[in-house]
Design a binder for this molecule. Structure first.
Ligand code: HEC
Ligand code: HEC
Length: 213
């Protein structure tokens, strides 16, 4: 009797210790230094643009709009489509009316349109895709035929788990970044949009660490 009670107490103690260790491990696992560094690198809200569909173009939307970032609504995917002028002296600018086609690992497909400041998003409540995702970019050539899509470019690899395009696509293009999400077939007459926040164009917070190596 005594012995089994003691054994029980020992077991309970071991259980509590194990539980504490598990909680500690979980807390450590929840800390994401590279995501923290990315979040720290982001500028403040642009004055005159309250948080909403057109805010923070070029930034990693889901880094904030996630349980980790703590911002509602939770987004499953979000990003910005850019035109990159051939002349490198000019900055990339955001493109309205492009279509981002995403296909999840079960074949579920969404076509998301970029708004007047180039942003697109899906709320997690509307679509909770099964990663990995395939991403494709399309032009929508005519306002009166919104369902006609003309293929522009395709991401060859798959998006493993980060719904933020700008988790990887950070300006400038480097051995460590594919650059902004870029539409390739942009008519030369297309101009930067009016009345949008300035896009986040880096610097890429991963670069100093990389070049220090
Ligand atoms: C640095 C953090 C951060 C980033 C990055 C960010 N947001 Fe937000 N966003 C916020 C905050 C904070 C709010 C305000 C939430 C509130 O009012 O409760 C907000 C609000 C919004 C809203 C309005 C939600 C509503 O219900 O009114 C939308 C839509 C939105 N963001 C889309 C985006 C998109 C698209 C991107 C990427 C291009 C993005 N956000 C990037 C922090 C961020
Ligand atoms: C995990 C990192 C990562 C994420 C997240 C990511 N991409 Fe990519 N993307 C890449 C890399 C690397 C390339 C270049 C190689 C390739 O095509 O696979 C690329 C290439 C592309 C291209 C082709 C570009 C060209 O010049 O032909 C498109 C389009 C694209 N991505 C769209 C997106 C969109 C839209 C999102 C967000 C929904 C996204 N990507 C999220 C890493 C990423």
């Amino acid at each position: 009797m005594m012995r089994s009670a003691r054994r029980l107490a020992t077991l309970a103690h071991a259980g509590a210790t194990l539980f504490a260790a598990l909680v500690a491990a979980l807390l450590v696992a929840c800390d994401d230094p590279s995501l923290d560094r990315l979040l720290d690198a982001l500028p403040d809200e642009a004055p005159g643009f309250p948080p909403g569909e057109v805010h923070r173009p070029g930034q990693p939307c889901v880094a904030c709009h996630s349980p980790y970032g703590g911002v509602e609504p939770e987004l499953s995917v979000g990003g910005t489509v850019f035109a990159v002028p051939k002349d490198d002296s000019e900055a990339p600018f955001m493109l309205e009316g492009y279509a981002v086609r995403l296909v999840d690992s079960e074949g579920e497909t969404r076509v998301l349109r970029t708004n007047r400041c180039g942003n697109f998003l899906s709320k997690k409540a509307d679509w909770d895709p099964a990663f990995p995702l395939r991403a494709e970019l399309y032009q929508v050539p005519r306002d009166d035929q919104p369902d006609v899509l003309v293929q522009d470019s395709v991401m060859a690899s798959r998006i493993g788990r980060d719904g933020s395009c700008a988790g990887c696509h950070i300006h400038p293009k480097s051995p460590f970044s594919p650059g902004v999400v870029e539409a390739l077939k942009v008519d030369a007459s297309v101009e930067p949009p009016n009345d949008c926040p300035p896009p986040w164009l880096g610097p890429d917070p991963r670069l100093p660490e990389i070049s220090a190596q």
